[in-house]
Design a protein around this ligand. Sequence first.
Ligand SMILES: *Cc1c(COP(=O)(O)O)cnc(C)c1O
Length: 347
Amino acid sequence: MKRTRQFLSDNNSGICPEAWAAMAEANVGHEPAYGNDTWTQRAADLLRNIFETDCEVFFVFNGTSANALSLAALCQSYQSILCHELSHVESSECGAPEFFTNGSKILLLKGADGKIDPAEVERVARNRTDIHYPKPGVLSITQSAETGIVYTPAEIGLLAETAKRCGLRVQMDGSRFANAMASSGVSPAEMTWRAGVDVLCFGGTKNGIAVGEAVIFFNRDLARDFAYRCKQGGQLTSKMRFISAPWVGMLKDGAWLRHARHANEMAQRLAAGVRGISGLEISFPVQSNAVLVKLAKPAEEQLRQRGWMFSTGGITEVDSRFMCGWDTTAEDVDAVLADLREIVRGA
Ligand SMILES: *Cc1c(COP(=O)(O)O)cnc(C)c1O
């Protein structure tokens, strides 16, 4: 059966109406290229308002480049990048952080539920202090994390404090920052720079934009020459307004939070349904738009045979991941739950 929407990833969706309308609005007349246009200015100003600080803002095409280039800005080639062992930086960027930093070594941290344990930061950063091992450079925190959990500002604060004590800078992979914000109810400032984050990669794509992530430097000194990095990395688009206008559409009246909240609610609906099916187990607390379920192989296969798409083995070996997005409907959720119920009952 051909289905319109799936649970494979939140980047499988189309463009949300607010982003689409802003692109159409930007598609009138001429504008200066390379980010010197009014849309890019507006989008950056909206981000400065939302984060309540005079941050530096850059727009790039995707999350991998946002992570890799920001890490390169924070870390010398002889330094190390510390991140959770399940992190996207480690597992899903084809070595881009190592490449753009010219060889920084990635060191892996443990922590339950995909959340970095602060003691691990201390242990790994202090493990070696001799000249023969990379100097600790930067801590990368994913918010919301790959498992779907969300750090509290206090947890971010403790991690950042530990990092700074060990001489590390702090970068946040916020490819799903919107979902984390919708879930937490605190302010974007509290979740980032007030807690000690130097740079945030704020994801637009999974939130409903076609293409584009914002790299936000709260520590402006670290943004020095970042525009050159973007250009050299092939990330400076000439028709920048089509990347930045959708951000204006998303930010100007809170669509980013509305869409993220909706995606999170759909994940809660899915999780509640799964909990009601005896024999199924959810692997992590559901705090954003991901639901990871321990599905036995035969059940997983039957669910695929019924036309459903989701990922298995992408985060942990044993979990099947169901992602909800801005366009996931309650009917989608109820339909996959009905199939799951039948499959598990028949097993
Ligand atoms: C999707 C994702 C990214 C960005 O991936 P791209 O495909 O490069 O846009 C970064 N971090 C996390 C945690 C992600 O899930």
